[in-house]
Design a protein around this ligand. Structure first.
Ligand SMILES: [Zn+2]
Length: 284
């Protein structure tokens, strides 16, 4: 019987020292069933313990039901949900944070291998510094966001104009490429700042812990919350594409709640569509 190619392969290549073990598609579907609604989670930019992430995920995701967290090596964790509502919410109320760091969240699939898996994209909050207030219109913000990456949604306080020093948009960015640092509207230059991407290379503009950046000019964030766009007098030279403005400053250790991690209640309602999370395994 040859239900799929694998059994044919077995017939052709039955090495007794390294025997192929045939599994039919139906068998594999059955084994996948418990993991069908699982998410693959990793804290971007730092390692974390099972206890810490389990505590965090239970507090933010186990609302209608429970979750089960499984350690998967290389900093990855698998999360299974007893409630479909919680699962959908985890996928749509993005981005999620753990302290100052993003939680990258991907749908599990059977090709997931923590030793081969590479995070090539993440959802981040991008701030469009000092743009005129009429460009806080959600359509304008999403249009700008499309030059940054794949925009997911506009922050609620931006929609209402409650905070006017920057417009804030959640964007899926490609971490293998330089981050967009600036853009122009009617010839005037505006700058982009990223929350939670704490190490950006000033030479190549890439997020450092992921990219293959070999440069030495890595920018470290300072302990301050002030939003700063370059002033006219200190405007970047034409050749200066990347700069300090790109990194949102960290909150003081003893300080107020961080603008990086606003209350979930302040966020806009969950988007209807499932977040465009991608599962990139090496070689694909
Ligand atoms: Zn670099």
């Amino acid at each position: 019987m040859r239900e799929d190619g694998r059994e044919a392969e077995q017939d052709e290549d039955d090495d007794p020292l390294c025997p192929p073990i045939p599994f039919s598609a139906a068998e594999e579907r059955q084994y996948c069933r418990p993991w069908r609604s699982a998410l693959v989670v990793k804290v971007l930019g730092r390692s974390t313990s099972y206890t810490a992430i389990s505590k965090r995920l239970n507090s933010i995701w186990a609302k209608a039901g429970g979750i089960q967290v499984t350690s998967a090596k290389k900093g990855y964790f698998l999360v299974r949900f007893t409630s479909g509502i919680d699962y959908e919410r985890a996928l749509t109320w993005v981005p999620w944070m753990m302290g100052e760091n993003y939680l990258t969240v991907h749908m599990w699939d059977r090709h997931f291998n923590p030793y081969e898996h590479e995070i090539s994209s993440t959802l981040v909050w991008a701030r469009l510094l000092e743009i005129p207030i009429h460009f806080f219109h959600p359509e304008a913000v999403m249009k700008i966001g499309r030059r940054i990456g794949k925009p997911i949604r506009v922050y609620q306080a931006t929609r209402t104009g409650a905070r006017s020093d920057y417009a804030r948009v959640c964007v899926q960015v490609d971490l293998t490429k330089p981050l967009l640092s600036q853009f122009r509207i009617h010839g005037k230059k505006y700058f982009i700042q990223y929350e939670g991407l704490v190490r950006i290379c000033l030479q190549c503009g890439k997020y450092v812990t992921y990219s293959s950046c070999q440069c030495s000019k890595i920018l470290e964030p300072m302990e301050d919350e002030t939003v700063v766009a370059p002033k006219e007098t200190e405007a970047p030279q034409p050749e200066k594409i990347y700069g300090e403005w790109m990194i949102a400053k960290r909150k003081p250790r003893n300080g107020k709640p961080s603008a990086h991690n606003p209350s979930r209640a302040a966020l806009s309602p969950p988007a209807k569509q499932v977040a465009p999370v991608e599962h990139n395994t090496s070689g694909s």
